[in-house]
Design a protein around this ligand. Structure first.
Ligand SMILES: [Zn+2]
Ligand SMILES: [Zn+2]
Length: 137
């Protein structure tokens, strides 16, 4: 059982999820680089609505490449990105895995937006690489 428990840097936001993750992935898109101010997001996809969140999240209404909404939710006090609600993928919420209390179980299975990965980064060939977004059904 994966331990999906975590929170922001200042402790204002705490969350837990009792469901198993649907996917663990890495996103190299430019917007994730900007929002996290680092090289990529590590994302744990959980069933929509399964996150139990304490504390009030702030939201930045971003847009995906499709033009659909990406609601990036973060702690308004310390700025930690917590999760994204992606209109194009209505059955999942995407947790920013850097905020997990225990990250030891994380094993990303896929990387998105490898086209915009930072040039110094050596992408792990053992993890599937997708140039841009995953194809959506
Ligand atoms: Zn905070
Ligand atoms: Zn991204």
């Amino acid at each position: 059982m994966s331990d999906i428990v975590g929170g922001c840097l200042c402790g204002n936001i705490r969350y837990r999820c009792d469901e198993e993750p649907m996917m663990v992935g890495v996103c190299h898109c430019k917007n994730c680089q900007k929002q996290t101010s680092t090289s990529f997001s590590v994302l744990v996809a959980v069933p929509k609505g399964s996150l139990k969140i304490e504390g009030a999240l702030s939201t930045y209404n971003d847009q995906g490449s499709s033009g659909q909404a990406v609601m990036r939710k973060f702690c308004g006090q310390c700025g930690s990105p917590i999760m994204s609600d992606v209109e194009a993928i209505p059955n999942m919420d995407f947790l920013k895995a850097g905020t997990l209390d225990d990250t030891s179980w994380l094993k990303p299975e896929v990387q998105f937006w490898c086209d915009s990965a930072q040039s110094w980064l050596k992408l792990d060939d053992a993890i599937a690489q997708i140039a841009q977004n995953p194809p959506m059904e």
